[in-house]
Design a binder for this molecule. Structure first.
Ligand code: ADP
Length: 308
């Protein structure tokens, strides 16, 4: 039976504009490319990716009482996500992210939190009445809400998975208490530990530094085109990336951690799950957009079996 994952996190509309380069201050640049309004937000990306990878997903989030909020909830329903714990906030606008995407696939994002900033402890507590088997959260919501999700997961004795997306240096990691998998990308690793994971020694130092602050079973560092690094408190492994044509790296990290969580809950095997997540993350870079770039389970399996 599919595992039930409670995703506690943000929902946004992404306004995406492609550009040949980032304009200098005062410069007006004609993009010459395309723009799009697409669904996104780390919580939404994770929820949709976990569902696509085969989990049953309960999504706890907030949107504004506006057309963007309606559109997001319709999309989550279409994808088969349990939306009973998404609140429509009458006082706030739906979250928005302005994404500037350069030709080489690099993105720069300015996010407006809106309704996401009002996701409360009691929103998350309410979602536990759906009896999740695991909790997956990220740092794109209030720190107190992340800590509440962690406390409730630990109290219930269900595993907690943390994607360190949007991590801030002053987040009190100690308050997470016990984490099954903690997964930051390179920038987030540096923000949280002061160590850039640019070589194996630094990956190990950063992982140890995280484990010294919080009881983490597995640290999985997302290393972009270098794949990922797994540390279990004793042993470490660098898991090779898949070779793909990169179009847009938006949401690769969210897809990676959602796939890692889903596959790990299915198999209990961290190394094969990390390989699975590498395939899902790589596929996410081959398409434009956030939610739109979430691969299917079949695509991930085909890449793992080297069928293109
Ligand atoms: P984020 O999107 O949070 O910055 P990363 O860039 O590290 O995170 O990407 C997450 C994962 O996606 C990586 O660990 C890797 O598995 C996969 N990935 C990202 N970029 C590439 C790439 N250029 N080639 C192959 N896989 C990639």
């Amino acid at each position: 039976m599919a595992k039930r994952i409670l995703v506690a996190g943000s929902s946004n509309i992404d306004f995406m504009l492609t550009t040949p380069y980032i304009p200098a201050p005062g410069e007006t640049l004609l993009s010459g490319g395309k723009y799009a309004f697409t669904p996104g937000g780390k919580g939404a990306n994770s929820a949709i990716a976990a569902k696509a990878m085969g989990a049953d997903v309960i999504f706890c989030s907030r949107v504004g009482d506006d057309a963007y909020g309606d559109r997001l909830i319709s999309l989550f329903n279409e994808r088969g996500i349990d939306t009973r714990y998404i609140k429509v906030d009458r006082l706030e606008q739906t979250g928005l992210a302005v994404v500037m995407l350069e030709k080489n696939g690099t993105n720069r994002i300015i996010a407006f939190s809106g309704a996401n900033s009002k996701i409360s402890d009691s929103d998350i507590e309410g979602a536990f009445s759906a009896y999740p088997d695991a909790v997956l959260t990220q740092f794109e919501i209030r720190p107190d809400a992340v800590i509440a999700a962690a406390r409730l997961a630990n109290d219930e004795g269900i595993p907690l998975f943390v994607d360190a997306g949007s991590a801030k240096a002053d987040f009190p990691l100690e308050k997470l208490e016990r984490v099954e998998i903690f997964s930051p990308n390179e920038a987030e690793t540096e923000i949280l530990t002061g160590i850039r994971p640019d070589n194996l020694e630094n990956c190990l130092r950063a992982s140890i530094s995280l484990c010294n602050r919080v009881d983490i079973k597995y640290v999985v560092l997302k290393l972009g085109e270098r794949g990922c690094y797994v540390y279990d408190g004793k042993y470490c492994d660098l898991i090779s990336p898949f070779d793909v044509n990169v179009v847009d790296t938006t949401a690769a990290g969210d897809v990676f951690t959602a796939a890692l969580t889903t596959e790990y809950l299915r198999t209990g095997d961290i190394l094969s799950s990390a390989k699975f997540a590498n395939a899902a993350g790589a596929l996410a870079t081959t398409k434009l957009g956030a939610v739109n770039s979430v691969p299917t389970l079949e695509e991930v399996k085909n890449l793992l079996e080297n069928k293109f």
